[in-house]
Every structure is written in C-alpha cells, then in structure tokens.
Ligand binder design. Sequence first.
Ligand code: NAD
Ligand code: UDP
Length: 339
Amino acid sequence: MAKILVTGGAGYIGSHTCVELLNANHSVVVVDNLSNSSEEALFRVQQLTGKSLDFVQGDIRDSTLLDQVFAQYSIDAVIHFAGLKAVGESQQIPLAYFDNNIAGSISLVKAMERAGVFKLVFSSSATVYDEANTSPLNEDMPTGMPSNNYGYTKLIVEQMLEKLAIADTRWSIALLRYFNPVGAHQSGQIGEDPQGIPNNLMPYVTQVAVGRRQKLSIFGDDYDTIDGTGVRDYIHVVDLANAHLCALNNRLNAVGCRAWNIGTGNGSSVLQVKDTFEQVNGVAIAFEFAPRRLGDVATSFADNQRALDELGWVPRYTLEDMLKDSWNWQKQNPQGYSN
Ligand code: NAD
Ligand code: UDP
C-alpha cells in the first residue's frame, strides 16, 4: 500500500478522499493551512475509519515545510486539493488566487521534484472547457479562457503540468476535471462547510432547509433547458473521492499527463434539485427566481466515458442519494464543524 500526501486534506473533497484512502489501507499525510477548513474534519475521518493519519498544519507555498514533509515521510504520490475556490472572491482578490493556486502548485511540484516524487493527481474543474462547447463535454474538446480568475488558475495549472510532463518523462499526472461535487459521507460526520454565504447551490439549499437562510434565489428561469433553470452534472463526493483512488492506480504504471472528466453524465436543473430535495427529505425549500448570475452557462454535463474505460471508475450514487446525504450532514451539523 502506498503513502499518499494529500494537500488540502482537511477540506470538503480532501476529507472524503482521506476516508477512502484509509479504507483502502493507504497511509495518509495531510498538509493543510486550515484557511478554509477545520482540524475537526480530520479527527472525524480518523474516527470513521478507525485509522490514523498524519497532519502537518502548513502552507504549500512554504518550500521549507514541504521539504521537511518529504524528508520525514517516504511519499509515493501526491493528491493536490489545496487552493482557494470561491469564484466571486477570485474577481475581487485575484492575486490571492494566483498565489495560492498557481504559485502554490509550482511550489508543490518543485518540492516533489527535489524529493524524487513524480506521481500527482490534481483537482481541476469542468470550468476549463470553452463555453462554446456543447454538453456532454468530453476531454478532447477545446479548453477556453474561463470567465473568472478561479477558473483561470485551474487552466494555467493544467497547462503547466502538461508541459512539465512533456519536458520530463518521469512525471505521471492525472488532471481530474470535477463537475459539481455535492453530498456527504453517509454517516453525516463529514461534509461541506462553507464559510459565510454559500456560493454553490447545494450548501445554500441545505442552509435554507436548516433555517440558516431564508430562501434560495434561483439564478435565471429563462435558459434554454428543460424548465428554464441551469443544468449541471452533480456528482456524489464519495464517488469523486473514489475517482482519486482510481486515478492513483492508473498513474502507478504510466507516464505523461492525462485529463479525465469526473461527473455522472446526467444533467439536473436547479428546479429538479430543489424538487427532489423536498421529496426525498420531506423539507420545503422557500425560493424565488432571481436574475441570471454573471458567467453562468445554461447547461454543463460530462461525457464520462474516458474515466469509465481507462480508470475503471463507476459512479454509484444517484441524485436522490446526494440530496439525502447532504441533508443528513447539515441536519446533524447545523453550523458545520463549529457546532
Ligand atoms: P475546500 O476549500 O473545502 O478545500 C481546500 C483545502 O485547501 C482547505 O482545507 C484549505 O484550508 C486548504 N488550503 C487552501 N489554500 C492552501 C494553501 N495555500 N496551503 C495549504 N492548504 C491550503 O475545497 P474543496 O471543495 O474540497 O475543493 C478541493 C479542490 O477541488 C480545490 O482545488 C478546488 O478548487 C477543486 N474543485 C472544487 C470544486 C467544488 O465544487 N467543490 C469543483 C471543482 C474543483
Ligand atoms: N444556483 C442558483 N442559486 C444559488 C447557487 C447556484 O440558482 O444560490 C445555480 C447556478 O446558477 C447554476 C447551478 O445552481 O445553474 C449550480 O451552481 P453552483 O454555483 O453550485 O455550481 P457551478 O456550476 O456554477 O460551478
């Protein structure tokens, strides 16, 4: 079994991935500066799995710290989640995004090179695709210039990693293009805990359900979709976590850099998400229609065939499961980890 460094492992997707790694008997070292997470998530990961992991609180831009980590642990591969992810904020403080996401990734791969570790799984996003593409989106479609600075950082890091793997064939890199991660571990012990007003649909819905927000604003009712609201490919965070294990396996005996879409291949509209949430959980979600949100596309969903064929990955959870698990987490933890 391998020793995996997980950057950003205390965060939403990172913590779920740590559970799956530990359950598969890998050993895990987390580096996280806790800028958007709580150490409590890592305590709960260990409780859930009955296994321990090593946690180093620190920043991926700190090369001395990374050298210490690589010297102390004989790391086989890195899963790189650490970074900032709020689209709106990235327009207000672009330098913080360039620094954490781009400079942070450069700092990490330089430390990996110094340590002789060349296997990397990177958290990318479907936002790298050119908006002119029509869904289902496949990996051969052109990338475009994302309309926000967050997406721009993902594109730049992808391109940088591709060029790195061409220049130096020791590298073996997986770019996982996530669609819309939602849901939580079935125990309800770990889940998504955004700071402040949620930007994303799912945590907004669960916060309305739990009484922290008054009503959901649905951004746009006149898109060319099934019911006029935006369509996205929601993927259960546990399925997403497992995609990282499949990608690691794939990269063990491969070189080069390759991208995979991680989505279910199904699109759901905002109204379908709201209605299904109400049905499966028996909770009403107050809502109003609001103007379209700047930068949103009508429809985005994945062609996930490449991941199915090459990674042997199979998403198992339905939209109903995602919405049940999101609610289970939120209702057990109304204030997230700060209960
Ligand atoms: P998250 O904010 O919950 O997790 C990111 C973690 O990284 C946090 O624990 C944070 O404290 C840590 N971190 C941030 N900057 C750091 C730094 N400089 N050094 C060390 N640690 C740092 O976010 P998430 O939803 O779990 O996302 C994980 C990754 O997946 C991110 O790179 C994100 O951009 C990407 N992604 C997320 C989504 C999504 O919708 N959640 C979609 C596509 C891609
Ligand atoms: N959305 C919404 N209200 C919200 C948040 C999101 O109507 O409070 C819509 C948004 O316009 C999009 C979908 O929900 O159609 C998913 O948005 P999210 O921000 O979760 O993910 P994105 O696909 O934008 O990354």
